[in-house]
Design a protein around this ligand. Structure first.
Ligand SMILES: [Zn+2]
Length: 445
């Protein structure tokens, strides 16, 4: 390893590893307190703000309090005064590159809460080497791994040349980056590179992740002509009055769904990216609603809406994706006598951009080497970096032109699910990788 160590004339990682091992119980107790704190995102669907407000801020304060013992000063950035982002920072001795670690403290609402271990999503129970609870995987354990790495470096007497920051942000689970990650960066915090400690469990724990797909929330509204259901015959059968008798928006929206299924199939052939398995770029119709303005089957529906999640590849421009979808539906609509004159209306509700850091970037190369150092080299022929099969705040860091990677403990399959857990060995393994990359990237004084 190239640490250009002067004060330490040996590889400090052995000593740092020993400190991580010794300090692990304290880190686990911090993680238990964080998981036991309800920090559901107050904007999450179905949640009342007054029931959960303050949890995010409390989690940030716990981390800041812990790190204050290891030379970290803390500041808060709050777009919403009751939802504070916490920035913990320790300046370097000078002459090194700076680095920041990003993790969100908000969680989703618990899925089927009564079915959780001990009937409590905030139990923070430890069983068989796993810590259970909401936010354990997604992603309080990532923040604790970063804090463990930083405190072990301090305890081992390692001084970094470049500044190290840890950002505990709010709002990720509702894409409220303007309240969280982006507001912290806009306030002037940040660094020369960033690591987001989301659970990168696929295809194996603590995978080094350099890229994620982008997604859109797309709502398509289709108009009908709502009339009594008895008009169905004359509206669709030969010899009837056709559209003048009524138009069922539900069935017109089905034409849109079919058109997009066809385009999706084409995407399976035309859209690819080396970091993603075939067929991942897709259009998922997740919500379908239509009626005549009353919840009754006695009508031809007056309007219908289909809600889509559209996953597109990192190597395509979002504007081109939007145009491709709208053009395809437009052309399909020309084949229908109603849709031709009553075109579907597109509402592009939200956009989560991609992040796509070159696998040759020294940050990615450092993480790959440090992961191999801690967990052993991957067999020859296997990819060393992977894609994140979800979205995260790395996208909004990349939008600021900052090179970013994702790597963190936890299992994405149990995030947003019953009995979310984190394997505790992954927390210390992650801390060991992060500590190495902190030293390699920032330089050791
Ligand atoms: Zn997350």
């Amino acid at each position: 390893m190239d640490y250009t160590a002067t004060a330490l004339n040996h590889d400090p990682s052995t000593l740092v590893d020993a400190k991580i091992q010794a300090m692990l119980p304290e880190a686990i107790s911090l993680l238990r307190r964080l998981v036991a704190t309800n920090s559901i995102n107050p904007l999450f669907p179905g949640i009342r703000r007054e029931d959960v407000i303050g949890g995010e801020t409390a989690c940030g304060a716990m981390l800041a309090d812990h790190l204050s013992r290891f030379g970290f000063a803390s500041e808060t950035v709050a777009h919403d005064p009751e939802r504070k982002n916490t920035v913990m920072r320790k300046s370097g001795t000078g002459g090194g590159r700076s680095l920041f670690i990003n993790g969100h403290v908000d969680t989703v609402a618990p899925f089927r809460p009564s079915e959780w271990l001990d009937g409590n999503p905030w139990s923070a129970t430890i069983k068989d080497g796993r810590l259970y609870g909401l936010g354990s995987t997604d992603m309080k354990s990532g923040l604790v791994a970063a804090a463990l790495a930083a405190s072990a470096l301090d305890a081992a007497g390692v001084r970094l040349k470049g500044e190290l920051q840890i950002h505990a942000v709010v709002g990720e689970e509702t894409m409220s980056h303007e309240l969280g990650t982006s507001s912290v960066l806009d306030a002037g915090f940040g660094g020369d590179a960033a690591i987001v400690v989301e659970p990168t469990s696929q295809p194996r724990p603590l995978s080094v992740t350099a890229v994620s797909a982008g997604n859109f929330n797309l709502q398509i509204d289709v108009k009908g002509y709502g009339t009594h259901s008895g008009n169905r015959g004359p509206s669709i059968r030969a010899g009837g009055e056709g559209n003048a008798a009524g138009v069922n928006a539900v069935e017109k929206a089905m034409l849109v769904v079919q058109a997009l299924q066809q385009l999706e199939q084409e995407w399976g052939i035309t859209k690819s990216h080396p970091a993603f398995p075939a067929g991942i770029f897709s259009m998922v119709p997740g919500v379908f609603h239509g009626d005549a303005g009353v919840p009754s089957v006695g009508y031809l529906a007056e309007s219908a809406t289909v809600g889509y999640l559209v996953w597109y590849p990192p190597n395509e421009r979002p504007a081109a994706i939007r145009a491709e979808i709208e053009n395809h539906v437009h052309h399909a609509s020309q084949l229908d006598s109603w849709l031709r004159h009553n075109p579907p209306v597109f509402r592009w509700e939200s956009h989560w951009p991609v992040f796509d850091t070159s696998t040759d970037h020294p940050l990615i190369q450092s993480l790959v080497a440090d992961r191999a150092d801690v967990l052993g080299a991957l067999p020859a022929g296997l990819a060393q970096t992977h894609s994140f099969n979800a979205v995260c705040d790395a996208s909004f860091i990349a939008e600021k032109g900052i090179p970013v990677a994702a790597m963190g403990p936890g299992d994405l399959r149990c995030a947003h699910a019953v009995n979310e857990f984190v394997q505790l060995t992954e927390v210390s393994d992650c801390a060991r990788i992060l500590a190495r990359t902190m030293m390699r990237w920032c330089g050791v004084a």
